[in-house]
Write a protein that binds this ligand. Structure first.
Ligand SMILES: [Zn+2]
Length: 435
């Protein structure tokens, strides 16, 4: 079946067009791009006033499957991702059992394929059981389709093992994703170290915990010349360390999250210590937020990734100190970023911002998936359509995700994804047909 996305403005992953165009999707690929396209029997979807983009890619989501399916599973997670405008999601391996074997990688892929949502690509562990002792079977897991190696949830605890893994991962062309946290500095920590930890008496989580782990990774990257990706970077000094490494020419990359771009530590106070604001790493200072936007602007940040971390209401409905770290966001995170960007007075060009959902993360995937970040003739038809004018309230009761704990619940946001297409198949759509 063919579909023509009519009269949208096209963002191809790099530049935003100026004229209205059509995109013809046929047999799962982008067959043509141009003005006034026609095709016998094609379904026509009205994209006038909208931006037609390559499918959005989320490099970091927790789908809790296997092991914690009451919080989320791969089916609900993949559908939630599509509802949030994503067409590809990288699922984190900190499940139970952890995704540290070929069979576990294959499980995630097969569940993802039958979910009818976004494409799910598995990240696999660096170390067995994420314990930092022995290396997981990286080669076999890469063969089966792992697209990142990470012990996320925690850092790779053993620097020697990380160095060896970096060497392997380079040959396998699968990037290591490091969760930057020095655990000896964060034991018992609850909120950002500074004004909020001082006034609340809660233990502070210092910026140094992030910087030290990033510097360790940069040093190992320098010695191995192997790519390393730092996820959910949250501080000015963390960004500075990555910027310096990039200037040195090292193959370093990073992502930032929608919540760290839009919320600061004061929300913990204003929110009266609701666990809805408890995340790892914690919400930081207003200055850190500003520096993250600078990183988006100057290319230090390569991607915006959700760190969607679903918990059951009962997990989070406890005093702040007892609650687990993490919030669910995948169904509203694109809107959160677009709305924040508008409220901040458009601090970066729109095409720069959109590239962090598309070509930026796409470039960090293994070669076979790299074309996902660009909208080109002949490429897989993964498409996300954005409506910058649409205003909607975040209604968690309608979510496909099993999670409901979200700091933007009930908030009105402007700028939403309105269509998501994976391999030419529509997975989410609020647009009308052309009559
Ligand atoms: Zn993490």
């Amino acid at each position: 079946m063919s579909i023509i996305l009519k009269n949208g403005v096209v963002f191809d992953g790099f530049t935003l067009g100026t004229e209205r165009e059509d995109i013809l999707v046929k047999d799962g690929v982008v067959a043509r791009r141009g003005a006034d396209l026609a095709e016998e029997g094609a379904r026509l979807i009205d994209c006038a006033g909208r931006i037609v983009c390559p499918g959005f890619i989320d490099l970091h989501a927790h789908f809790r499957d296997p092991g914690f399916e009451w919080r989320e599973d791969i089916t609900s997670g993949a559908r939630a991702a599509a509802a949030g405008g994503y067409t590809t999601v990288v699922a984190m391996p900190n499940t139970e059992p952890a995704v540290d074997s070929q069979v576990a990688v294959e499980y995630v892929i097969s569940r993802g394929e039958s979910a009818g949502g976004a494409r799910v690509l598995p990240a696999a562990c660096v170390s067995r059981g994420r314990k930092g002792g022995r290396m997981a079977e990286l080669g076999l897991m890469a063969q089966s389709g792992a697209v990142f190696f990470t012990d996320d949830g925690s850092p790779v605890s053993n620097a020697g093992l990380l160095k060896t893994a970096l060497r392997y991962s380079r040959d396998l062309e699968v990037r290591i994703m490091e969760h930057p946290e020095e655990p000896s500095l964060t034991e018992g920590a609850q909120v950002n170290e500074g004004a909020v930890s001082a006034s609340s008496g809660l233990k502070g989580w210092p910026s140094s915990a992030e910087v030290i782990d990033i510097e360790r990774g940069v040093a190992l990257c320098r010695e191995t010349d192997s790519p390393i990706h730092f996820t959910h970077v949250s501080t000015e000094h963390g960004i500075d360390a990555i910027r310096r490494a990039k200037r040195e020419g090292l193959p370093v990359s990073c992502d930032v999250t929608p919540h760290h771009l839009s919320l600061d530590e004061n929300y913990v106070l204003v929110g009266r210590f609701s666990s809805t604001y408890k995340v790892n790493p914690p919400l930081r200072t207003r200055r850190d937020v500003k520096m993250l936007w600078n990183a988006v602007e100057d290319g230090t940040a390569d991607a915006i990734a959700t760190d969607h971390s679903p918990y059951h209401m009962d997990d989070k409905d406890v005093p702040f100190q007892e609650a687990p770290f993490g919030i669910a966001s995948i169904e509203c995170s694109v809107a959160v970023v677009l709305d924040t960007w508008r409220k901040l007075g458009r601090p970066v060009p729109l095409e720069r911002l959109l590239s962090l959902f598309t070509s930026g993360p796409g470039a960090l995937l293994p070669r076979s998936w790299r074309s996902l970040g660009a909208l080109r003739e002949g490429a897989r038809a993964d498409v996300t359509v954005i409506d910058m004018e649409e205003v909607r309230t975040v209604d968690v009761s309608e979510w496909k995700s099993k999670a409901r704990v979200c700091p933007w619940s009930g908030e009105m946001l402007q700028g939403w994804p309105v269509l998501a297409m994976v391999d030419g198949r529509i997975r989410m759509n609020r647009l009308e047909e052309v009559k």
